[in-house]
Write a protein that binds this ligand. Structure first.
Ligand SMILES: [Zn+2]
Length: 424
């Protein structure tokens, strides 16, 4: 856009400034004149005209209200073709270095081979000396010379010679002879240890390979957009929130999700605690989603295993991955570090319970009816007291703690879904 700003001579429009009921084209100088607080807030929404004109992804990411899509498209624009080309060229440089290094590495093998051959020769010479090898050789070569005119007596004589050689030169002085050999081997061993074979060129090649491997990995990350995650078969979770939940679970668990399976879906007429326990008993990594009579949608995720306990028991989440959420309020309530022992409460007389408090200085983890989320035995009624074991952030009132999940004056749930997650 090459339109002059009417307020500032020699200054062209650079940005679109979105306002509540209109937008305004502004130039650099208009921009620096914006200083009040409200205008600063608007500044965050400033759209660069040139960039928006070239990249619809940028334009959309500046306007959309979806954080997930915004993140996705910003990342998509940031990975420019010239960056990719640069990466490939860098890798190419390393490939050439690796090729050269392969040749040097091969030469190194010859050098070490030569050293080994020398060592072997030295040991051989010492051995020949100690076992008087030339005597043996003489006997055999004498026999060879007789080759054509050979007679049984000569053979017998040679056999005796060899026998005598074995006896006199080796077997009779075995002890001292072995000692001599051990001494020599020990000496050679120390010598070689000092000039250890450590293959510097081979190590260098490995180092180069490691670097190429890292570059390859980062290239691979660049060309694989992080598509928003989705959860199939849900009536309750909106697409945006599905992606948000998946993102949080992956980040907290620090491992990729391989599968999300709907294991139970129930509504009004069929809500009961027996069915719930039959579905979840022994299972872990469960994501539960509830809808209240006020149509508030909320739920929880915990890696903890649900056990149909008779006495009732809290299950601890040492990984601190558990959290509650409200889709309606677009909020996440992570488990508090010092409350990890109260991630979930399992008791066949109750529905799912998240969070709790202890009596008697934690001596007894006795279940009281104060939890961050509690669905009762009839599986209709529930209550919520956020901030008990799960953190609620920002300036929120005591009332918010109690109504954020179900909504005002709502204590019933009408529908719920349970998903089981699998990880790599
Ligand atoms: Zn201006």
């Amino acid at each position: 856009m090459q339109v002059q700003c009417p307020k500032h001579k020699d200054s062209q429009f650079l940005y679109i400034l979105p306002k509540e009921n209109e937008v305004e084209f502004i130039c650099d100088q208009c921009h620096s004149n914006l200083s009040t607080r409200q205008q600063q807030v608007q500044l965050q929404n400033l759209i660069n005209i040139r960039k928006a004109y070239q990249h619809p992804e940028y334009l959309f990411s500046r306007i959309t209200n979806s954080e997930i899509l915004q993140e996705f498209f910003i990342e998509l624009i940031e990975c420019e073709e010239k960056n990719l080309n640069y990466q490939i060229m860098e890798i190419e440089k390393f490939i050439k270095e690796v090729q050269n290094q392969l040749i040097v590495m091969q030469q190194e093998l010859y050098v070490y081979k030569k050293k080994y051959m020398e060592l072997r020769l030295q040991i051989r010479e010492k051995l020949e000396e100690i076992i008087k090898f030339d005597q043996f050789k003489k006997i055999i070569s004498n026999l060879n010379h007789l080759e054509k005119t050979i007679n049984p007596q000569d053979i017998k004589q040679s056999e005796r010679d060899v026998y005598n050689y074995f006896q006199d030169s080796i077997l009779k002085k075995q002890l001292s002879l072995n000692n001599q050999i051990f001494t020599i081997l020990n000496y050679k061993n120390q010598q070689t240890r000092e000039s250890r074979i450590n293959y510097p060129e081979w190590n260098k090649l490995n180092q180069l390979y490691k670097q190429i491997n890292e570059m390859h990995t980062s290239f691979n990350i660049m060309i694989n957009p992080k598509f928003p995650g989705t959860i199939e078969n849900t009536f309750l979770l909106a697409r945006e929130f599905q992606a948000k939940l998946i993102d949080i679970i992956v980040k907290k668990s620090n491992k990729p999700i391989t599968k999300i399976e709907l294991i139970h879906q129930e509504c009004q007429s069929n809500l009961n605690v027996q069915t719930f326990w039959n579905k979840v008993d022994g299972k872990d990594n469960l994501l539960m989603v509830f809808q209240s009579e006020k149509e508030y949608i909320f739920g929880a995720y915990s890696p903890c295993q649900w056990v149909k306990s008779q006495r009732g028991q809290y299950v601890s989440d040492e990984t601190l991955t558990s959290f509650l959420f409200s889709q309606t309020k677009n909020q996440i309530y992570p488990i508090k570090q010092d409350c990890r022992g109260y991630a979930i409460y399992c008791c066949f007389q109750n529905g799912p319970v998240f969070g709790g408090t202890s009596l008697l200085n934690r001596a007894i983890q006795y279940f009281q009816n104060k939890s961050d989320l509690h669905i009762t035995s009839n599986f209709q009624n529930g209550s919520s007291s956020l901030g008990t074991s799960y953190a609620i952030e920002g300036n929120q009132t005591q009332t918010d703690f109690e109504i954020n999940l179900f909504g005002l004056d709502a204590h019933k749930i009408t529908t719920y879904e349970i998903f089981q997650l699998s990880f790599n």
